[in-house]
Ligand binder design. Sequence first.
Ligand SMILES: NC(=O)c1ccc[n+]([C@@H]2O[C@H](COP(=O)([O-])OP(=O)(O)OC[C@H]3O[C@@H](n4cnc5c(N)ncnc54)[C@H](O)[C@@H]3O)[C@@H](O)[C@H]2O)c1
Ligand SMILES: O=C(O)C[C@H](O)C(=O)O
Ligand SMILES: [Mg+2]
Length: 618
Amino acid sequence: MWNLVRFVASSLSRSRRFSTTVIPGPCIVHKRGADILHDPWFNKDTGFPLSERDRLGLRGLLPPRVVSVEKQYDRFMDSYRSLEKNTKCQTDEVISLAKWRILNRLHDRNETLYYRVLIDNIKEFAPIIYTPTVGLVCQNYSGLFKRPRGMYFSAKDKGEMMSMIYNWPAQNVDMIVLTDGSRILGLGDLGVQGIGIPIGKLDVYVAAAGINPRRILPVMLDVGTNNQKLLEDPLYLGVRQPRLEGEEYLSVVDEFMEAVFARWPKAIVQFEDFQMKWAFETLQRYRKKFCMFNDDVQGTAGVALAGLLGAVRAQDRPLSDFVNQKIVVVGAGSAGLGVLNMAVQAVSRIAKCSQTAAKSQFFLIDKDGLVTTERSNLDPAAAPYAKNPRDTEGLTEGSPLIEVVKKIKPHALLGLSGVGGVFNEEVLNAMRDSASTKPAIFAMSNPTMNAECTAVDAFNHAGENIVFASGSPFENVELGNGRMGHVNQANNMYLFPGIGLGTLLSGARLITDGMLNAASECLASYMTDEDIQKGILYPSVDSIRDLTAEIGAAVLREAVAEGIAEGHCNLGPRELEQMSKSHLICQILCYVQLKEESVEYVRGKMWFPEYSPLVHEK
Ligand SMILES: NC(=O)c1ccc[n+]([C@@H]2O[C@H](COP(=O)([O-])OP(=O)(O)OC[C@H]3O[C@@H](n4cnc5c(N)ncnc54)[C@H](O)[C@@H]3O)[C@@H](O)[C@H]2O)c1
Ligand SMILES: O=C(O)C[C@H](O)C(=O)O
Ligand SMILES: [Mg+2]
């Protein structure tokens, strides 16, 4: 039944492409003539109809032929394909950057066409505008810089942020992605160059969640950098000073948050790629005060948990068996600890046991090996997961990964260390003795070169019956005899767009654990048993809009259930509650119909790129 619903929904969204029956509503423009052509939001390039050219003072400023959006689309894709052909002999990096440039130029010129090609080709373009190429773009930001995108608040702007925030030209902002550039993917401190990450994440918000691109804001909080190479680089565009620390640092973030919510009280702020200490500290500091979440801590946790539950199903075990799975988490940073926090809560819910009891099956490893209570200067955030050496079957403080895997024979090995290749041949080989019939190997670190292992190595060394996931995309692996090892992409991109969209549409002023759990559960139940048996834990990136509508609806329903949904636009809390109630009644009458109501509501709220008729107003 679910498959049928999904099929109908995805057919509907496919047929949306270039539908001629839906005429988009008019869009008011306060500019005329060349100013419109230079505004990527209004620009249609050669697509302005003649009547509009007359109305808007564009006659003579464009070549006479009017080109339809379909033709413009095909023309762009043709030039993209010929770029692919012409760069064949170049290195992967050169090719990826060339692809990023051509997309970025379109983004700068014509947002409607840009998002149209992005939405239709999301699987192909995600690795360019998102991980892994976005990492390369951040590393080369100073050289690639042509024009700014988003806002930059620096350590030098203290005391000015409340007025600076009004420099942003859009009246309304729904979604902000904020970074301080201190831990960009697994690439470390990239200072101001980290702005590429909020830009890429917000592109995913537009493509997957249909957040209106006029209402997004990428933000860089430049509090300096400790990257010596950047400080010495004459082309570096950020503040040339070591990072602010302690109260000085927090006062900058405080001021920014106050400024944002003073101007846009209903905005949502996603914290992204903050080094661990600030990721946790800011989450604690703001989550009960502002509508915010930390994607690396909370989004990643939900995606990893959904994948781990999928791995239980792949073994043909009931979900309740999750409590018996032994899981080794490699990396005790913001992501690894975020996953542990959520997974332990899940075990304690399923087994109805205390969190202390629920922790026994998890093993945490960092750069110094197994984390135990004997560790000197144990990080307080990792302390709850430090093993008592009495419970480690002979393993000791700092035992290396290979020893832990050999001794524990984990069902799942999860990498969030940021270190490429730590799941080496020996470690992968040892996973052949896993207690699981389908050992799970998740090399989640980004970008590709930082993945704990490649997909090919995982299938070659750990065996063909593994379920494999990586943070950045790899090709499926040919196993011989026409069989394929499926590669999943375990990336928080499957969750954050739905968390943001569902929160926005609910009008909730906070993002609760319940809403995050609802998002993760929705992802976990998205795949059919048939897919799971093939090792497919997450849907293809192609279906991310469809998935996001479901996750958004799950988050929205949870906000209503918790009584914190304040409504959005003309749908007040009462109407939202009504939708939720009918959800319950329908649940008894017809399971499919009901969930669809909130999903359809969310889907209907997604922005879709179409050339709107432009109406000039002074
Ligand atoms: N796939 C996803 O959705 C996703 C989401 C978030 C983060 N990540 C990736 O996870 C990685 C880590 O992110 P983070 O925010 O937790 O970073 P972090 O810097 O906070 O933590 C890194 C951790 O890895 C440990 N480590 C370093 N070298 C190690 C080694 N050789 N063996 C074992 N552990 C080692 C460190 O001690 C530290 O505990 C990054 O590469 C990031 O791109 C992926
Ligand atoms: O950005 C990504 O691709 C995932 C994640 O947020 C990360 O920091 O690696
Ligand atoms: Mg991140």
